[in-house]
Design a protein around this ligand. Sequence first.
Ligand code: F6R
Ligand code: MG
Ligand code: MG
Length: 366
Amino acid sequence: MEITLSVIKADIGGYVGHSASHPDVLARAGEMLARAKKAGLLIDYHVTQCGDDAQLIMTHQQGEENDKIHKLAWDTFVECTAVAKKLKLYGAGQDLLSDAFSGNIKGMGPGVAEMEIEERPSEPVIIFMADKTSSGSWNLPLYKMFADPFNTIGLVIAPTMHGGFAFEVHDVKGCKKITLNAPEEIYDMLIFLGAPARFAVKAVYHRESKSIAAVSSTQRLSLIAGRYVGKDDPVCLVRCQGQFPAVGEVLEPFTFPHLVEGWMRGSHHGPFMPVSVADATPSRFDGPPRVIALGFQLAEGKLVGPRDMFADKGFDRARQEANKIADYMRRHGPFEPHRLPLEEMEYTTMPQVMQKLDRRFTELTG
Ligand code: F6R
Ligand code: MG
Ligand code: MG
């Protein structure tokens, strides 16, 4: 059975500040999607939040980039914005960059990750959702899941995975893409993946079967809008078990709270903290950046779940380590590498400061 799993998300108003979504906003989203399920457009749905982002998880049989599904998501966000405006939530409607829907929600502000799959006899999927960071943050965990035998022992000892995976890498600034094969091309691949501000893994494929294994949202909001309008706060869908990494191999990379960009004013590096949905409320210096993981079993497109995978005690130490790293990074104050390099900061006063002080700069001599 062909099923499409679509996750479409947007920050349509924060409660309080940029720390969470409001229950009334999520309830409105739930009503809209319930109606679409009743009408037969959706097979199933789940609404959740990660920080100030509302997340629409939907299953259907309309395929990827379908205008009806994208319009449903757009209309849902417009309705939610009305609720957010009434409550005067912070930044109500901030990710809706256009006044009217024009057929495809991509490029209009919300983040999108979709995969059309032939549902297997048992289809476990994990949906990762992040706040206060950008899509390149999936590079390191996706590399570990699908290319690193020290993370994924299945690459070594499972005959179904031994043939490796192909990575579709997007140059989000150059608007180009390339597909590279693991394991043969990992040295070439890492030159790109190690630069997550510019290169992001869009999708991963099982090489032997060519089946989709993972897909992420790679929109860069600021590049779409031409100005800072908030962080991308990306999502990533990963299929598990069988010819794909086991659930535990998919979650394992998040025991390392690696540094990602996007903390406070989209202008700082901070540790990527794996948390339960209840704890996805970044409040300390508007962070540190969070990631949640919801697990579902698909059953003829029905979303059986979710299980809140990072609620597991096994991630307690990662959270403690993330808090330690957060303390360490914060002590740098306005200095790099806590603060992002000048050209990467989402907020800057550099042009004004330079204009004011330009005449006081003199040539270095000797
Ligand atoms: C980071 C983020 C927040 C805001 C900050 C300032 O991605 O969303 O840290 O950048 O709270 O927000 P404004 O400029 O809306 O007052
Ligand atoms: Mg926000
Ligand atoms: Mg957000």
